[in-house]
Design a protein around this ligand. Structure first.
Ligand code: HAM
Length: 445
């Protein structure tokens, strides 16, 4: 019996994991610059949290959650987190963050689970990086979060995207808009896709973000939510736009952008990749001023976003920025006979203890096979020891980047290797930086 991973639950093997680590290091650096603290939240929460927080009428709660009854008596319904904004809101309330400080800024990285039809860029287990900012009702907070999203893409070197921006108003404004939209859509329902007709009942706003040609045609002259906003929401939106423009962040106003989660109020946005095919949302978010109260806390305004990390990696690949694999190894130690193999094992352990990445042969292979292995692993240097070297207490050290080779006494080996590793290698083996400088996209250094 052989097993396969579940559909939509990909494995990430070491070669791919290098790209993930690189992305993660950029994210941690971004969060440091913007002053967000990392939170690590549980995979499982009560089903009710998402039903309430994300909304019963959403696709996520309606058909995409991995929910099950646990073994308690009576059984409790639990759900693998489909997103983290609701969980973070739960944690914000549980740990009384509102009392601790006026503004709380959190970020997270981790897997989410949605029972969706897998396709390119869409998985059932996928990863998000997200930011959540609690405590400010002001447009400066919306702008900070959106600018952080744009800055992430800039640090990664991604430019082929569009930032779509909208305001979906307060709950009251949306209720009024919903009525107006339904009045417009009802006589046209014969022209809409089946899915949109179904959506019309639960959440007519979602008809606007359908990608189907017939829906786009039928809604071309639909009333726009921006036109029904009251003075305060309108002013808020104008300020957000002004702050983004002042920071040089380009955006497109898109009245079709309504987002698929129920908690949003006012600002909504999405970073759309322009070469990602059907699953083109790199990330999205918005303001959600009612959620904290909905999950049992004191009314607290909040705004945030999440990016899909698989999608960021796909976009990096498309842009040719996935990066060469950095050499994984500093040194490969080769022993030519029994006694020198034993020496190689001990020396390898010493090099590791001194902080080098070191490897030696575990299969008692020939010198030629060991050299091939050292090259395959991308080792920077090899240390070669045979009977003569052991007797003379020295080793041959070869710099695989330059091809230089010399005999070095055992006592000087570590110093020699450290010196060799400090010298730049040939251009194709320069490791990719993990802490990009503010002024340079990671692709260029
Ligand atoms: P969302 O739009 O549902 O928002 O997801 C955010 C991002 O996660 C998407 O733009 C996409 O890149 C990625 N994503 C979603 N589903 C999948 C999937 N099945 N496979 C691969 N990637 C996926 C949220 O989750 C909100 N919590 C965002 C937020 C944070 N709003 C306020 N704060």
């Amino acid at each position: 019996m052989t097993y396969q991973s579940l559909k939509g639950f990909p494995d990430i093997l070491p070669d791919a994991a290098a790209g993930w680590r690189r992305l993660e290091s950029v994210i941690h650096e971004l969060a440091r610059r913007f002053g967000y603290g990392e939170i690590r939240l549980p995979m499982l929460e009560s089903t009710d949290l998402f039903a309430r927080g994300v909304g019963e009428g959403t696709d996520i709660v309606g058909k995409e959650m991995y929910s099950f009854l646990d073994k308690s008596d009576p059984p409790e319904s639990l759900t693998l987190r489909p997103e983290l904004t609701a969980s973070a809101a739960r944690a914000f309330v549980q740990h009384s963050m509102a009392q601790a400080q006026p503004i709380t800024k959190w970020y997270y990285i981790g897997p989410m689970f949605r029972y969706e039809q897998p396709q390119a860029g869409r998985f059932r287990q996928f990863h998000q990086f997200g930011l959540e900012l609690y405590g400010s009702p002001n447009p400066e907070a919306d702008a900070e979060v959106i600018i952080a999203g744009a800055e992430l893409l800039r640090m990664l070197g991604l430019t082929n995207y569009k930032l779509r921006l909208n305001s979906i108003g307060t709950a009251e404004e949306r209720a009024a808009y919903r009525t107006a939209l339904l009045e417009y859509l009802t006589p046209l329902s014969g022209d809409l896709s089946q899915e949109s007709v179904r959506r019309m009942e639960k959440n007519p706003l979602r008809v606007l973000d359908s990608k189907k040609a017939e829906d786009i045609r039928a809604t071309a002259d639909a009333p726009k939510i921006l036109d029904v906003l009251q003075e305060e929401s309108r002013e808020h939106f104008e300020r957000v736009k002004g702050l983004l423009a002042a920071s040089g962040v380009e955006f497109t106003i898109d009245h079709r952008l309504v987002r698929g989660l129920d908690y949003y109020t006012r600002t909504a946005f999405e970073f759309q990749g322009l070469d990602l095919g059907a699953q083109d949302a790199l990330g999205g978010g918005g303001r959600y001023d009612m959620l904290i109260e909905q999950v049992g806390g004191k009314s607290t305004p909040a705004v945030g976003f999440s990016f899909g990390m698989e999608r960021l990696l796909i976009a990096l690949q498309h842009a040719g920025l996935a990066g060469d694999m950095a050499p994984e190894e500093d040194v490969y130690v080769i022993g030519l006979d029994d006694a020198s193999r034993a020496w190689a094992a001990t020396a390898t352990a010493e090099f590791r203890a001194a902080g080098l990445s070191a490897e030696c042969d575990l299969l008692r292979r020939s010198m030629k096979a060991q050299m091939r292995e050292a090259n395959r692993r991308g080792a920077r240097a090899v240390v070669i020891v045979g009977g003569d070297e052991l007797a003379g207490r020295h080793a041959q050290v070869k710099d695989l980047a330059s091809g230089d080779q010399k005999a070095i006494g055992f006592d000087d080996l570590l110093g020699e290797l450290k010196g060799l590793l400090a010298r730049p290698a040939a251009p194709h083996t320069v490791p990719a930086p993990v802490q990009p400088d503010r002024t340079e996209p990671i692709s260029e250094s």
